[in-house]
Design a protein around this ligand. Structure first.
Ligand code: 3EB
Length: 292
């Protein structure tokens, strides 16, 4: 279970349930989200990591106070995550980084420092990168949760975008470690996870300061990834079954809601969270999935 809009972030077991409380304010939609259920899930704790495991799914969540730098904390968290995978394959990771666009004690933006530790561990463990998102959270703890499967996972890139792991160093000394989408077949159906998607073409942020055009470019990138992954288009809806929108400026909410209508995104329960986005010039980021 994910609980959005919490006073402070924390991760714990409640009986056989893994509860993630996220201090990210909700602008629209339900405050809780039940991700997945299995009568066979077994809980396990390893350092900051809380795992739920059955024979074909591994879920993990961790909440860890920032140590010296986001890089150091990301190093520890990703070492634990990648080590725990064993024979499971990464499908999707959600990253929440405090003061993500602020320059911290690392001397660089917290997001860039976080990317350094994460990238270091992906290189060290020689593991493929999956779909992901990385946005801001209040408080001073990094929260990460992920989904992995026993079934093999396919990863996809957007031909209109430079792969994030090949971004030039002007965006940070070590590039972000994620793919644009990941998919898995289970019970004869495809589960598809499209990463946090924003107004980026090539490696450049487009339409700086213009929410309307940033939304249009974001949706164009999502359409490309739906096409690449073979997602069934659901009755003209530009998004998949389950989505989450991260909006940087809460004052934009009403304007944004009417822009969604213009793009025929009408669901009043669509979750919109108030969060900073990893690049300071991005106003909106959208993730969408056809979940497991
Ligand atoms: C981008 O496309 C926008 O660092 O894990 C989107 C999804 C973004 C995931 C991450 C960052 C991440 O580069 C930002």
């Amino acid at each position: 279970m994910i609980h959005y809009g919490a006073d402070s972030s924390r991760v714990h077991f409640h009986g056989n349930r893994l509860e993630v409380h996220l201090s990210v304010p909700i602008l629209q939609g339900s405050p809780t989200h039940e991700w997945m259920r299995s009568p066979r899930f077994r809980g396990e704790i390893q350092g900051p990591w809380h795992f739920l495991k059955d024979e074909r799914t591994l879920i993990g969540a961790a909440c860890m106070e920032l140590e010296s730098t986001p890089e150091a904390t990301a190093n520890k968290l990703y070492d634990g995550l990648l080590q725990a995978l064993g024979t499971y394959h990464l499908l999707r990771i959600w990253n929440y980084v405090p003061q993500i666009n602020k320059i911290g004690n690392s001397g660089m933006e917290n997001y860039r420092s976080f990317c350094m530790g994460r990238s270091h561990q992906f290189t060290r463990h020689h593991l493929p990168m999956c779909s992901a998102s990385a946005v801001g959270v209040s408080g001073s703890a990094i929260v990460i949760y992920f989904l992995a499967t026993r079934e093999p996972v396919r990863h996809f890139e957007n031909p209109d975008q430079v792969p994030a792991y090949q971004y030039p160093t002007r965006y940070g000394p070590r590039s972000p470690s994620f793919s644009r989408a990941s998919a898995v077949e289970r019970d004869g159906k495809s589960a598809i996870y499209i990463s946090g998607t924003a107004s980026i073409k090539g490696h450049e942020s487009l339409h700086i300061g213009n929410l309307d055009l940033q939304l249009a470019t974001t949706l164009d990138n999502i359409a490309i990834m739906k096409d690449r992954t073979g997602a069934n288009s659901t009755g003209g809806n530009p998004l998949l079954d389950q989505s989450c929108i991260y909006l940087r400026d809460a004052r934009n909410l009403q304007t944004f809601q009417s822009l969604l209508g213009k793009h025929r995104i009408e669901d009043p329960d669509l979750r919109i969270l108030h969060a900073d986005i990893c690049r300071a010039d991005l106003l909106v980021e959208i993730e969408t999935q056809q979940p497991l």
